[in-house]
Each structure stands twice: as structure tokens, then as C-alpha cells.
Write a protein that binds this ligand. Structure first.
Ligand SMILES: Nc1ncnc2c1ncn2[C@@H]1O[C@H](COP(=O)(O)OP(=O)(O)O)[C@@H](O)[C@H]1O
Ligand SMILES: [Mg+2]
Length: 164
């Protein structure tokens, strides 16, 4: 939370780059070999930046408490692409190598926050508890013109994204 505000303040409330945001929120224990981050440059509007920061922070906290980062061998990968003319960010959070998990009997505040807080900025997040690890699919509109870096590769078709 503090970190998201720092990022926004540093950029004078301009839009923030997704890679910076992800790195910022997941500097959990400096264990970068277990946190695999991969995606093109993409810029989010300030409100979306804050919302995504909260979501990533909670995903990271839960991964440390219950998921792949609670085990030595576990890893999380965060991959995203920019899709469509709008454009939109399609991000996949994938935990692997942690303890075998089961869907919880009740959803707590954290899961609810993750799944609900992107709605206010036109996005969504969908968590799935697979036995080999939690996954989260994030969809978020990018800042106008946005998101896209002129040197980046052309948009990919949404159907080409692996569903995990
Ligand atoms: N990354 C994860 N891997 C496995 N289980 C998880 C993960 N994140 C959440 N859970 C499960 O979902 C439950 C609810 O999580 P959450 O809503 O954040 O509440 P809390 O963290 O307070 O328990 C957790 O108690 C845990 O059982
Ligand atoms: Mg939690």
C-alpha cells in the first residue's frame, strides 16, 4: 500500500509502468529467482495503478502465507500481454511448486479484495484454486493510447494466451 503511493507520488500521479508496479509490490524478500516477471511496457492510469497495486500486494502476501512462496521450491510467475485496440492488460498470476492446495471453505477479506477491487476501474480478477497452485487472471483497461509502447510487438489475439 505504502509502496503503491510511493510509486504514484514519485511519478506525480502520472500513469505508472506495469513492470515497475509488479516489481515494487513483489519485493517481498528480494527473492527474485522465485518471482518471474515477464511482460511488455504498459502504462496504467493512476486509479488503475493503485487498484492493481493492492491486488498484487494481497496476492503476494497470500502466496507467502499459504501458497508457492511458503515453500522453498515454489515459484510465482506474473506474465502479461497487451491485447486489442482499446487496449487492455491481460495478466496471469501463476503459483507452482508450493504445497498442494485446496479451495478454502470460505473466502476471506483478501480474496474478496482481489476479486472485487478492479471492478471500479473497469477490470476484473478471477482466482482459481488448482491443486498445484493458485492462479489469478487479471483484466484491466490501459491508459488511453496506453499502454502501448511504439517499439512493442503488435497486439496478440486473446485466444493465444494460455489459460493455465
Ligand atoms: N496463494 C494461496 N495458496 C493457497 N491457498 C490460498 C492462497 N491465497 C489464499 N488461500 C486460501 O484462501 C483463504 C482466504 O484468503 P484471504 O481471503 O486472503 O484471507 P486470509 O489471508 O485472512 O486467510 C486462506 O485462508 C487460504 O486458505
Ligand atoms: Mg490474505
Amino acid at each position: 500500500m505504502g509502496s503503491a503511493h510511493t510509486l504514484l507520488t514519485r511519478r506525480s500521479w502520472e500513469s505508472a509502468d506495469v513492470t515497475d508496479l509488479v516489481r515494487d509490490q513483489l519485493a517481498l524478500d528480494g527473492d527474485s529467482e522465485r518471482i518471474l516477471i515477464h511482460g511488455p511496457r504498459a502504462f496504467l492510469a493512476p486509479q488503475s495503478t493503485l487498484a492493481l497495486a493492492l491486488v498484487l500486494h494481497e496476492l503476494g502476501t497470500n502466496a507467502c502465507k499459504y501458497g508457492c512462496l511458503s515453500a522453498r521450491s515454489g515459484r510465482v510467475s506474473i506474465d502479461w500481454v497487451i491485447v486489442g485496440a482499446e487496449p487492455a492488460l491481460h495478466m496471469e498470476w501463476t503459483e507452482r511448486g508450493g504445497p498442494k492446495i485446496r479451495a478454502p471453505t470460505k473466502r476471506g477479506f483478501g480474496i474478496t479484495l482481489i476479486e472485487k477491487s478492479l471492478g471500479g476501474v473497469g477490470g476484473s480478477a478471477q482466482i482459481r484454486f488448482e491443486s498445484r497452485g493458485l492462479t489469478c487472471r487479471i483484466r484491466l483497461p490501459l491508459a488511453e493510447n496506453g499502454g502501448r509502447d511504439s517499439s512493442a510487438s503488435p497486439p496478440v489475439d486473446a485466444a493465444a494466451i494460455p489459460s493455465g
